[in-house]
Structure formats: C-alpha cells, structure tokens
Design a protein around this ligand. Structure first.
Ligand SMILES: *Cc1c(COP(=O)(O)O)cnc(C)c1O
Length: 373
C-alpha cells in the first residue's frame, strides 16, 4: 500500500507569536528519549523534581504545586472549578481576552460574576477593583498578571491586599509571566495561579503548572458541593502527585513532562533574574527596532510587558497580508490582534528561548523589507 502521506517534516519557523515559543535543542533532545511508565519510581522522582522546580519559578512553598496535563486553559479551569461554587461572588478583572475567559469559566460554574473592566491596552483601575471587592461578600478575586491579548502588565499588590482584607482568595493567571518577569506568589499573597509550558518556559504546549496556597486548599476541602470535574479534582490529582499513596489517576503525558522538566532545569540554571533581564532586553530591542522603521508600541511604557509587545498597524496597511508575507518569505510567525484590537495591532512574542536580540533583528529586517512596498 502506498502511504497515505509522507513522514512528517514540518517547515522551520521562527516563533515570535504569543506561544508556542521557540524550544531549545536541549528540550527537543529529551523529547526523543525512551518512555517510562507513569508509576515507575524513576518517573515519580522526575515528578518530584518538577514540583520542586515549579515552586522556585512561582516563588512559593505551596505543597500543591504541579503541572496539569493540558494547556494553560486546563490550569485556569482547575483553579476555577475547584475554588468557585454555585452562587459564589467572584470579582474578575477584565482588560483583555484572557480576563474574559476567566469570567466565562466562573459563569459556567454558576458564580455571581462581577466584572471590573478596563479598556484593552490599559491595566485595571485598582480603586475600582477595591470598591468591587468591598461591595459584597467575595469568595474570590481573579486577574491576569500578563495579559497576552494586549501586552499589559497588571500590578498585583493592591488587588492582593483588597482580596486579603475581604477574606477572598486571589487567583492570578501567570501564563505569560512565569519565568519571564518577576513573580512572587507567596510574597504577593496569590492563593491560586496557573501557567503554561509553551510561553516563557519554552517547552511544547501540553503542561499547565499550577499552585494552590494552604488557604486555597482549606477552602477546597470545605466545599459545599463535589468538585465538578473528575479529571481536574485537586484531591484526586494530589493522590497521584504527592504524599505516600502515589496512586494512578490518569496517565501522565510522559514526554511532555520530560520536556517540562528540562525547561525548568534550564530556567533555573540560567537564573531567574538573568532570565527576567534577558526578556527585558529583548523587549527594549524590539521597541527600539520598531521605532527605527516608523512603528509604535500600542501600550504605554509604564505597564508594557517585555515578552509580549503589541505594535500599532500603520494607517492603510493590511496587517494580515504583512503577517502572511512574514511567514511565507521570512519564515517568521507573529500574531494579529484579538477582539477590539483585531486589525489594529500585531502581537510579537519574545518568550523564553525566543527572547533574543538576534531574533528581534531578523524580525525588524523582515518587516522593514515587507513594509517598504
Ligand atoms: C496562552 C494563554 C492562556 C491559555 O493558554 P492555552 O495554553 O492556550 O490553553 C491563558 N492565559 C493567558 C494570559 C495566556 O497567554
């Protein structure tokens, strides 16, 4: 029989979008190593190292720190479904696409969702967040630390203080910030956080690091109703990931966790501060390079993210055509805007292994050439 298709040989691209980011050769190497069983003592040891490594990246001593088998949205769903119940009042900061996603997950859990909205491209108004939290008995406050749809960094300190003062749990999406900019879960007072393997960690998509404080776990154990999703139930996940039992829950995606393990090791070997500085330097280089060819950043410098930069599409330019040509002629991927920013911005990701000034130079040279015509 002639084969239905040829052996896979995907084209080479430079990934400068909002994720997945470039994967380093070291991570690609471990993906090609032989599998272990998911209860093999050698694999359990790898899991322990992943948990300990993730604690360092999140800045936490939380016992319940592990990767969910799924992408970042699975981590988001793990936090929401285990901590939010029918009728709970949840204040959600919405200043972009991912804030909306949290609000939607809370709505589906039957929560009373109080949305505090800000224009896309700006952070949340902290006074408004404080007022919303104080306006009623609040079960949880949820925000996005690094809003990948707009390129805005959300300051967390005042929102964390408001949540703490109200006895509410603080849930923070750190999908794009983890391992790319300063993050201190314990110091800030974050009770639940989720991230993803394919952004600043630079591993393939499929693992979602999460962490839950002791307070969050207490609230989880005191639920009025059963956790709705068997696959994401914190008690069942804990039975596989920690303690003495280590019993089968679901088959861990072995190779995905190998890659995560290596990506965490590389991040810690580089040193978190050096890594944050590398992201900051790449972000500065992009803004400088863009301005040299007449392009402007969309977000004010005060709250601009280094690893996801939105650039205004110049008047009269078809942004989709430019992106198509970048991909076809330069083999570089960047992304367009979402929602109200569709057609108005490009989104350039400089995450993890992608965050290098050489990559920025390649992108600027390509854009210069394409925009000339
Ligand atoms: C990418 C992203 C997500 C969703 O992650 P998936 O891996 O696509 O499921 C959630 N929040 C933010 C801020 C993101 O950037």
């Amino acid at each position: 029989m002639p084969p239905l298709f040829e052996q896979l040989n995907p084209p080479r691209r430079l990934l400068l979008g909002p994720g997945p980011s470039e994967v380093s050769p070291e991570v690609l190497r471990v993906l090609a190593t032989p599998l272990l069983g998911h209860l093999d003592p050698a694999f359990l040891g790898i899991m322990d190292e992943i948990m300990e490594g993730l604690r360092s990246l999140f800045g936490t001593r939380n016992r319940m720190t592990l990767p969910i088998s799924g992408t970042g949205s699975a981590g988001m769903e793990t936090a929401v479904s285990n901590l939010v119940e029918q009728g709970d009042r949840v204040v959600v900061g919405v200043a972009g696409y991912f804030g909306l996603r949290i609000a939607e997950m809370c709505r589906r859990r039957g929560a009373e969702v109080v949305k505090v909205e800000a224009p896309w491209g700006q952070p949340l108004d902290e006074d408004q967040m404080e007022r919303a939290v104080a306006a009623g008995p609040t079960r949880a406050v949820a925000v996005v630390h690094a809003e990948t749809s707009t390129g805005v960094l959300q300051p967390l300190e005042r929102i964390a203080a408001a949540a703490r003062g109200a006895g509410a749990l603080l849930m923070a999406d750190t999908v794009t910030s983890l391992a790319g900019l300063p993050l201190d879960v314990d110091g800030t007072g974050i009770d639940a956080s989720w991230s993803a393997s394919q952004k600043c960690l630079s591993a393939p998509p499929g693992a979602s690091p999460v962490t839950f404080s002791e307070l969050a776990m207490e609230r989880f154990r005191a639920r009025r109703s059963e956790a709705p999703f068997w696959y994401l139930d914190l008690a069942l996940l804990g039975g596989y990931w920690e303690g003495t039992g280590r019993v089968y829950h679901h088959t861990a995606p072995i190779s995905t966790f190998y890659a995560l393990h290596e990506a965490i090791r590389l991040a810690l070997e580089e040193g978190l501060e050096a890594r944050w500085e590398r992201h900051a330097a790449a972000g500065r280089a992009l803004v400088d390079g863009a301005s040299a060819i007449g392009l402007e950043p969309f977000v004010d410098e005060r709250w601009r993210l280094p690893m996801l930069i939105t650039i205004r599409v110049p008047e009269g330019v078809d942004e989709k055509q430019v992106r198509g040509r970048l991909l076809d002629e330069e083999a570089i991927e960047i992304a367009g805007g979402l929602g109200p920013l569709a057609g108005k911005v490009w989104r350039v990701g400089l995450m993890g292994h992608s965050a290098r000034t050489g990559n920025v130079e390649r992108l600027i040279a390509g854009l210069r050439r394409i925009l000339k015509r």
